[in-house]
Design a binder for this molecule. Structure first.
Ligand code: SF4
Length: 332
């Protein structure tokens, strides 16, 4: 168990042993929430490049706050997860056992300032950028665990939207809590861009790659897929490909029929990346080359009314854009 306190309605907390390991890995932690300075934000401070979401959609990489209100709780055990998922818990979380959105925000912002502070003493760092970074304009609600398990997610997203400097909010979900997605829409709390993690065109591969704890995980994921079609916000299906697992060209037709159910605005075709804790489960050879990613994306586009929109070689990703459900790629 990496968290405690749930059964007594105390506030859920990541256990000290796990918290220490996370802090050693340069995470900021507050009770059940986590924050981190993304690898790309650090590169941006040093003017060594921006992340692909900046290139594709115009977000501010150096002013991105990457965090999760459910840092160590998830319903899946995806084989390619770079996070320390071996520590993950799977708990039934109730409203009484979690922090209020503002409490999470204030404490994680302080943790993040602590993580940024070292860059003021770094000669190579762009001090103007480091200073701006203290006030986030972009929120990436992903990092670790499954954010849609946080029962107060609608309030949290509305709170972030209420902050004057907020430009964009991205939410990444594994699709295991479709009800929460409908709740976000009903309560006018949708993110700027909603990502549905995708890594299998059929149930067998889904169960093999995601190792879900819910028996009806595939059905839950499909309900979340259907939500994308009616979602009143920008939607992205990100397909993570692992060589020899889910990248066979014969599978592309099945991926395409799934994608048509969700009609997302964008499809990101991305290689698994041999980083973090995933190195204990997969090999470097399980990554696809950029050429293989481009070939898969090109083939996929022939089944869809989508254009190849852009690519990032460093992140081994190609993005397709929906011609029928067109939105300006750049977030204003
Ligand atoms: S948007 Fe994602 S990749 Fe870009 S800086 Fe934020 S967490 Fe990193």
């Amino acid at each position: 168990m990496s968290c405690s306190g749930e059964e007594f309605n105390d506030i859920l907390q990541i256990k000290p042993r796990i918290m220490m390991q996370l802090k050693k890995a340069k995470y900021g932690v507050y009770n059940h929430s986590t924050v981190e300075l993304c690898h790309w934000s650090k590169k941006s401070f040093l003017n060594e490049g921006e992340c692909y979401k900046s290139k594709f959609y115009g977000i501010d990489t150096h002013r991105c706050m990457e965090f999760s209100p459910m840092g160590m709780v998830c319903e899946n055990r995806c084989v390619y997860c770079w996070r320390p998922m071996e520590f993950y818990d799977f708990l039934n979380i109730n409203e009484k056992s979690v922090d209020e959105p503002k409490t999470i925000y204030d404490n994680l912002v302080d943790e993040r300032k602590r993580l940024i502070s070292g860059y003021f003493g770094n000669d190579k760092a762009d001090k103007k950028k480091v200073h701006e970074a203290l006030l986030p304009t972009h929120y990436a609600i992903s990092l670790s665990g499954e954010p849609t398990l946080y029962p107060k997610l609608p309030e949290l997203i509305r709170y972030l939207k209420s902050l004057k400097d907020t430009r964009s909010i991205f939410l990444v979900t594994n699709g295991q809590e479709p009800e929460m997605l409908y709740k976000l829409q009903e309560e006018d709390a949708l993110p700027t861009q909603l990502y549905l993690s995708t890594n299998a065109p059929n149930k067998d591969l889904f169960m093999m790659i995601n190792k879900p704890l819910y028996k009806d995980a595939w059905e839950r994921w499909n309900k979340s897929l259907e939500f994308l079609r009616v979602a009143k916000t920008r939607t992205v299906i990100r397909i993570t490909l692992i060589k020899g697992y889910n990248d066979a060209l014969e599978l592309i037709k099945d991926y395409a029929s799934l994608l048509m159910k969700g009609e997302p605005h964008f499809v990101e075709v991305k290689s698994y990346m041999h980083v973090g804790k995933s190195r204990m489960r997969l090999d470097e050879d399980d990554m696809l080359s950029m050429e293989e990613i481009k070939r898969f994306a090109k083939e996929l586009a022939t089944y869809l009314d989508f254009d190849i929109m852009d690519e990032s070689i460093e992140s081994r990703i190609v993005v397709l854009q929906n011609k029928k459900r067109y939105v300006n790629r750049m977030i204003s």
